[in-house]
Design a protein around this ligand. Structure first.
Ligand code: PFF
Length: 470
């Protein structure tokens, strides 16, 4: 139990399950795992399409600001709580509040975050399933020479077919369960050590392919030339919301991963590294995608269909389209899996903390429940497309289960948890504990962090929260 000595949080609060608390094997292991969590569908699917919808460069600039001013401080705060608490998000918050004599109402930060991770994984896995299905579609040459209408039909018939969706959702969840069940080092670290390098290589191959088109410069300009006339208030808010999602914040995930972080690793440096990696991947994904879209005379602002409808048309028209199309969807699946394992971890860690529950049972209980919840998302896309569970409230009129899960996590839980985390670390967490976890003395870096997390971050999140609700 050397970890108990490494992690000062645990000696006072060790639970009585008699289980060892594992740790990431190195700083690099944590960076890869946290980057794996951050880099996902958000980077490769969502970032390019919201950038397309919001006109490119100016939006990217605002997004970068949001990452720096709001994303990085909240990531630092979450990892600080996780490492200090040394347990699942709920129990870490319980440990911290108990030790410092704070109100136990703060524990809901952990609970709400975990609830969000459950809801998100239930639909994230369904979308991961679409990507799995598209590897096959591409490899089988279904995009080659297909008309825009045919590719549109391919996508809409996938969404209309609950059995196919269920099949791919199940395959995706099974992969995630297999990795998580084997534990931190022989499951997650091992998988991440293979998947993350693969992801980087695939991404670079895709960027290289995009460079071989004659529209690379156009794609580059679209991403990096700011045109502020195209930026709207809604665009700014989208950028902030996405900064949360893409860095995996407000869901207990960084707390759970932080609980396995050895004491000697600097939280600030790793959080900055992870955010930079995540941002680079999003930008590279943009550089891989937009040149292909422009080279084939397609629309950059196509919305969520950019990856599943616009891009396949491009692959179908280009030489090498079968190979590069398949590689692209493999890249998407790899990115989604490393995020999905991080979404399952908080719940599994919490189950494991209960007496008599092994890692395997914890993973099966968590994984199967979330898989079952995913069926609601599948049905929302077809058979239950007209079922609106909260239709009696005007705000939720017309929203399916899937829409509600997405809405509740993105607009309510994530910002609320982010806000509460910032307030907790900025104003309530015991000073010595915060300073100790921050681990860079109490000089300028600490003072700046405290200023941002006390005032700037909460104010920014509050503005978005209120705007989204009004
Ligand atoms: N950050 C992931 C992405 O960009 O796709 C998604 C995600 C993973 C969100 C884990 C939240 C989370 F807790």
């Amino acid at each position: 139990m050397t970890e108990l000595v490494q992690n000062p949080a645990l000696d006072a609060t060790a639970d009585n399950t008699g289980k060892d608390h594992p740790m990431w094997s190195s700083r690099m292991a944590f960076i890869l795992a946290a980057s794996g969590s951050a880099v996902g569908l958000g980077n490769i699917w969502k970032f390019p399409y919201i950038t397309g919808e919001n006109g490119g460069g100016a939006f990217v600039l605002v997004y970068l600001l949001c990452i720096a001013l709001i994303g990085i401080p909240i990531m630092i705060a979450e990892v600080m709580i996780g490492r200090r608490g040394g347990r699942s998000p709920i129990n870490s918050m319980r440990n911290l509040t108990r030790r410092d004599g704070l109100s136990n109402r703060w524990i809901w930060i952990g609970g709400m975050g975990m609830l969000a991770s459950i809801l998100i994984l239930s639909f994230y896995s369904v979308i991961g399933g679409w990507a799995l299905a598209y590897i096959g579609n591409s490899a089988n040459g279904l995009f080659v020479g297909a008309s825009t209408a045919a590719i549109g039909t391919m996508f809409s018939s996938l969404l209309a077919d609950p059995y196919t969706l269920l099949l791919w959702h199940s395959v995706f969840m099974l992969l995630v369960i297999l990795i998580v069940a084997r534990g931190l080092s022989s499951g997650m670290e091992r998988a991440i050590n293979i998947l993350m390098p693969l992801l980087f290589v695939l991404l670079l191959v895709m960027v290289g392919y995009a460079m071989s088109t004659n529209s690379f410069a156009e794609g580059f300009a679209f991403l990096f030339q700011p045109d502020f006339s195209k930026l709207t208030t809604a665009g700014v808010l989208t950028a902030l919301g996405h900064a949360f999602f893409t860095l995996s914040l407000g869901m207990g995930v960084m707390m759970a991963y932080g609980s396995y972080l050895p004491k000697q690793v600097s939280i600030v440096k790793t959080a900055v590294t992870v955010s930079v990696v995540d941002t680079l991947v999003a930008l590279l994904a943009g550089l891989a995608i937009f040149p292909l879209v422009f080279a084939n005379g397609l629309e950059a602002g196509a919305g969520p269909g950019l990856i599943f409808q616009t891009l396949p048309i491009a692959f179908g028209q280009m030489s090498g389209g079968i190979l590069f199309g398949s590689l692209f969807f493999i890249l998407l699946v790899v990115a989604a899996i490393t995020s999905a394992i991080s979404l399952l971890e908080p719940l599994v860690e919490w189950f494991e903390e209960q007496q008599g529950i092994s890692r395997l049972s914890a993973t099966l209980m968590g994984g199967i429940s979330i898989w079952a919840l995913g069926i609601l998302t599948i049905l929302s896309l077809n058979v239950w497309a007209d079922v609106h569970p909260l239709g009696m409230f005007e705000r939720f009129a017309g929203k399916t289960f899937f829409d509600l899960f997405d809405y509740a996590t993105a607009n309510l839980i994530m910002p609320l948890v982010g806000l509460a985390t910032a307030l907790f670390v900025g104003w309530f967490m015991a000073k010595p504990a915060a300073e100790n976890e921050f681990d860079m003395g109490n000089g300028l870096a600490y003072q700046s962090f405290m200023f941002v997390i006390r005032f700037i971050t909460p104010a920014a999140v509050l503005v978005v929260f209120i705007y989204n609700l009004s």
